[in-house]
Ligand binder design. Structure first.
Ligand code: ADP
Ligand code: GLC
Length: 484
């Protein structure tokens, strides 16, 4: 099998900078695809957190002006990754969240910042750097989505392109004036171009011109072609249906392995599952919950936004406590949700506890210590916390949407008697149906043998990148064989 070269374009990448699942995926794909003889190099913005970690950065391309700012492309390694880094301090030399200012508002020049990233990606794809050639340019989300657009309007020879939608709720929608500022021709401002509700749509344009479109689960691939989930892009996706494919995410099982994880209190595996108990106790102590193996310990690790449906859980907390269960929550986001959970913790000391914030290390101890991870999302392209939960024996309770539907096998009677259940699903994403799922979870917890079996099934499920990596490799190879 000949080696293939892929340039991935991502606005965040684990372990350098992360706000959500995109970083995990961008960070894990290169190693997973290396086993398929695909060499992935990733172009990322030179945020301060990234610049600080680069090993032997070497300038390989210089722009006197890129979207109005001086910029260079550096070749570097960091965190075990082969990178191109867009060093443009005027755009990316800002600490903290990659997309938001300290007040939590989008940076006003996000159009220029991520047009610059995509422009650099298109240039690298066309051979701007000596001794580097990409067979395929793979852009992620709206931040990378203009790369196929630039390659289209540039004309001439170009590599093949893939655009992956990690979340169609984020579309990169800007005023019409952006068009000229980012160097797209006037005729791009049309329905068959980047025009989107009288402005410029980055994701829309990418969906128009990418050779192939992927999203992060088969169910989400179907859902986004419907008005209910498509967020106004469902029509375009239906037109491009032949180019759309859902490939479920995997997890990096060297980072997420309870047998070797250095962030948890006691290492364990499916063969030593009783060792897990030490993590539950450690987590209860850490959160100030009553330390006891008796109560079912339910956990949440999440951005607190409407997507994640945690308002539904908030409504069910009195019931959860009445059932004698506990809740540990790690998350941050909408102030009203943060306040709601903090108030619940105050009302139920010992039974409900919250850590408001982002803590990568603590998220590992949580997966090792909780009995159930609850993900009541209204929509969920893939979701990773339920996959980490499966691997760690934290049984998922999930809404039956998107990747949650594809990765958890509901503990209904048939699945339990066949011995294949890995968690609980509920539908629709509403408070009563979540309440019903919690009741089923507590009944399962009370049945020690069934609970143990469900936990072990989850731990033994293949949630690795091995299968998905083969699908990406096949996609890249098919594309590379066809002419642009
Ligand atoms: P999304 O990308 O929509 O936020 P995913 O489930 O795909 O959802 O990925 C979320 C990632 O971010 C997971 O790796 C999860 O563990 C992590 N995460 C989310 N919130 C927190 C938090 N407050 N602290 C630590 N990790 C978090
Ligand atoms: C997005 C989605 C999430 C998915 C992640 C990685 O952030 O919200 O469901 O797991 O991208 O693909």
């Amino acid at each position: 099998m000949s080696s293939l070269s892929v340039l991935s374009i991502a606005s965040e990448i684990y372990p350098l900078i992360k706000t959500g699942g995109l970083a995990d995926v961008a960070g894990a794909l290169p190693e997973a695809l290396a086993r398929e003889n695909v060499a992935i190099r990733t172009l990322i913005p030179g945020y301060p957190a990234v610049m600080a970690k680069l090993e032997s950065p070497t300038p390989v391309h210089v722009y006197s002006s890129l979207m109005g700012a001086p910029a260079r492309v550096l070749a570097a390694r960091a965190g075990g990754l082969d990178l191109f880094v867009l060093d443009a301090p005027q755009f990316f030399g800002r600490p903290g969240n990659p997309y938001l200012d300290v007040g939590g508002r989008d940076w006003p020049d996000n159009d220029l910042r991520f047009a610059a990233l995509a422009r650099a990606g298109a240039d690298l794809g066309k051979g701007a750097v000596a001794n580097y050639a990409a067979d395929v340019v793979h852009a992620h989300d709206w931040q990378g989505a203009l790369a196929p657009v630039f390659l289209h309007y540039d004309g001439g020879r170009r590599p093949r392109t893939v655009l992956t939608i990690h979340n169609i709720a984020f579309q990169g929608h800007f005023p019409a004036a952006t068009l000229g500022a980012i160097g797209l021709p006037a005729h791009a401002m049309q329905i068959d171009g980047v025009e989107y509700f009288n402005g410029v749509g980055y994701l829309k344009g990418g969906l128009m011109f990418a050779d192939r479109i992927t999203t992060v689960s088969p169910t989400y691939a179907r859902e986004i072609m419907t008005p209910e989930f498509g967020m106004a892009l469902d029509g375009l996706l239906r037109v491009r249906a032949d180019a759309v494919e859902g490939i479920v995410n995997g997890i990096d099982d060297s980072v997420w392995n309870p047998a070797t994880d250095s962030e948890i209190a006691v290492n364990y595996s499916a063969l030593r599952i009783e060792m897990r108990a030490g993590n539950k106790a450690a987590l209860q102590r850490r959160f100030g919950l009553t330390v006891s193996s008796d109560p079912a310990l339910v956990g949440v690790i999440s951005r607190l936004t409407a997507q994640k449906g945690l308002d539904l859980l908030l409504a069910e907390l009195p019931d959860l406590v009445a059932h004698g269960a506990q809740l540990a929550l790690l998350g941050s986001g909408d102030k009203s949700l943060e306040e709601g959970f903090l108030a619940a913790a105050q009302n139920h000391p010992g039974a409900i506890a919250c850590m408001i914030g982002y803590d990568e290390n603590l998220s590992h101890l949580m997966q090792a210590g909780i009995d159930f991870i609850v993900v009541p999302s209204r929509f969920e392209p893939c979701g990773l916390t339920q996959l980490y939960g499966l691997r760690y024996g934290a049984t998922p309770i999930v809404a039956r949407v998107g990747g949650l539907a594809d990765t958890v096998i509901d503990a209904n009677d048939a699945a339990l008697s066949a011995g294949v259940a890995t968690g609980l699903q509920f539908s629709p994403p509403s408070a009563p149906s979540l309440a019903h799922a919690l009741k089923r979870a507590f009944a399962l917890y009370a049945d020690e043998a069934a609970m143990r079996r469900t936990r072990l099934n989850g731990m033994r499920a293949d949630v690795s990148w091995r299968g998905p990596a083969k699908q990406y490799a096949a996609l890249y190879r098919t594309l590379a064989r066809t002419d642009a």
